[in-house]
Design a protein around this ligand. Structure first.
Ligand code: CA
Length: 251
């Protein structure tokens, strides 16, 4: 697989190149935003690791320009620890995931692999996912219920995307962790519950739906009205299990 690393700090760029090459990736390095756009135009990369703060053209603009030019290569955006992450999550940059500096190479590698698994190879525009009136556009990073836009954070979006891709099947917390975070995430697996709760608040409660079902002891399942049985009432009957009730999500 061929990766483009866009990073103006030479030491960081070279350490990423060395590490990724040791893992079997082919790596090109661009030192500024203009060079990044040139490379991305010339080569079909499997993924782009894109620093946010860059000379000439910053990472936000690089990513937006790629998408405007119909380039859908998965982008892992590197952000600083001083609040750019929140900023990045709030902006529609078209990046697929974010990693805050400083990070360990092991974590970067895991996030990159999770991204490649999630998005697969290729330059094609990802298909819009649908479940009933709910639609998720992986390329535009947009979620709608009917015509109503639903604003989600990057992690909420990634979890919903994962559940929608396997609508009707049960996803365990471990599945979700492995695909949305990475194998080396050492936090509490119950973090998944926090995000599920937040998604339910933003989608199910807002639109009076039961979209994400808890399968006790197994995980979560996205209910697709198109494939579920008719007796599954969209409004539910109040017996939905939410698991432990002490978790609270901040949007
Ligand atoms: Ca930089």
């Amino acid at each position: 697989m061929r990766i483009l690393v866009v990073e103006d700090e030479t030491a960081m760029a070279e350490s990423l190149r060395t590490g990724l090459e040791a893992e079997g990736f082919a790596v090109d390095v661009a030192a500024d935003g203009e060079e990044a756009l040139w490379y991305a135009d010339e080569v079909a990369y499997d993924a782009i690791i894109l620093d946010l703060m860059l000379p000439k053209v910053n990472g936000f603009v690089v990513c937006r320009t790629l998408r405007d030019n119909d380039n859908w290569t998965p982008v892992l955006m590197l952000t600083a620890k001083d609040g750019h992450l929140d900023e990045a999550e709030g902006l529609d940059t078209g990046a697929d995931d974010y990693l805050t500096k400083p990070f360990s190479f092991v974590v970067l590698l895991a996030r990159l692999r999770a991204l490649l698994r999630r998005r697969g190879r290729g330059q094609e525009r990802p298909t819009v996912l649908r479940a009933g009136a709910l639609s998720l556009d992986p390329a535009r990073r947009e979620v709608h219920h009917g015509d109503e836009p639903v604003a989600l954070t990057a992690k909420e979006f990634a979890i919903l995307e994962y559940l929608m891709r396997r609508a009707g099947d049960v996803a365990s917390k471990a599945d979700i962790m492995a695909n949305v975070w990475d194998f080396n995430f050492d936090g509490d697996p119950n973090i998944v519950e926090v995000y599920i709760r937040s998604l339910r608040k933003k989608i199910d409660e807002r639109f009076a739906l039961t979209t994400i079902e808890t399968v006790r002891g197994a995980g979560y399942r996205l209910i697709d009205p198109a494939t579920s049985r008719p007796e599954t009432e969209p409004n539910g009957t109040g017996n939905r299990s939410d698991g432990p009730s002490d978790a609270r999500a901040e949007g």
